[in-house]
Design a protein around this ligand. Structure first.
Ligand code: 3PG
Length: 251
């Protein structure tokens, strides 16, 4: 029986998704103009559904933080406590960061790109720590133990670094009855869905999380999902999944 409700939201379109570039963890891309609109619409959808929150969690990346703020504007809840954690950041795309997804597919083939983008445990090529794209020398990661800054991640790696945030800070709030909103990224949210719904390594390949559509998850007292649904029509979900999906991945 459902007794908790959790809402997940992937940030609106970033300049990188607009331009079809690999973005990931180490790149603090901004929202595009469309992404800002999508974030506001997400807030309106939550308002229409009568949702309100006690606390929100987001990553340390601008595209998620700004999306959350635009949702707060719509819900008129600027007071909402917001916890930002790097553990909710997007998956680290390694040496693919900043490259064009189309050009990379031309060079290595669609199949290899699909493996890099959607397989569970295959890592993209690593980023060299001397590479200017390595983010370990800049805020907010500068003071971190350097061994925890990724240079590339499989989705499995992302899940492993994301789960401590779930277990230590988010899940206890949900269990305590707080109404929790999480605004994060395509792959950090895919990883969370894999964990919550106990999806297999095969099932996760086909799971796409659209940008800007609130996903409501109803959970039982042990935080097992009972039901999940988007605050959007089936058609809107399909169109939005096709936009972010990997070719031949979207039904
Ligand atoms: C990125 O980091 O490029 C996007 O946020 C997600 O990319 P993906 O669809 O390749 O996983």
């Amino acid at each position: 029986e459902a007794c908790h409700k959790l809402v997940l939201l992937r940030h609106g379109e970033s300049n990188y998704t607009r331009d079809n570039l690999f973005c990931g963890f180490g790149n603090d891309a901004d929202l595009s103009d469309l992404g800002e609109k999508e974030a506001a619409v997400a807030g309106q959808r939550m308002l229409e559904a009568g949702l309100s929150f006690d606390i929100a969690f987001t990553s340390v990346l601008k595209r998620a933080v700004k999306t959350l703020y635009l949702v707060q504007e719509e819900l008129d809840c600027h007071w909402l406590p917001v916890v930002k954690t790097w553990r909710l950041n997007e998956r680290h795309y390694g040496a693919l960061q900043g490259l064009s997804k189309t050009e990379t597919a031309k060079k290595y083939g669609e199949q290899q790109v699909k493996i890099w983008r959607r397989s569970y445990d295959v890592r993209p090529p690593p980023l060299d720590k001397d590479d200017s794209r390595f983010c370990g020398n800049i805020a907010p990661y500068r003071d971190f133990d350097p061994t925890i800054i990724p240079v590339c991640e499989s989705l499995k790696d992302t899940v492993e670094r994301m789960l401590p945030a779930w277990h230590d800070v988010i899940a206890p709030d949900v269990k305590a009855g707080k109404r929790v909103l999480i605004v994060a990224h395509g792959n950090s949210l895919r990883g969370l869905m894999k964990y919550l719904k106990q999806l297999s390594d095969q099932e996760i390949i086909r799971l796409e999380i659209p940008q800007g559509l609130p996903l409501v998850i109803e959970l039982d007292e042990d935080l097992h999902p009972v039901r999940d649904y988007y605050l959007a029509s089936e058609e809107d979900v399909k169109v939005a999944k096709t936009k972010v999906g990997v070719k031949d991945n979207v039904n």
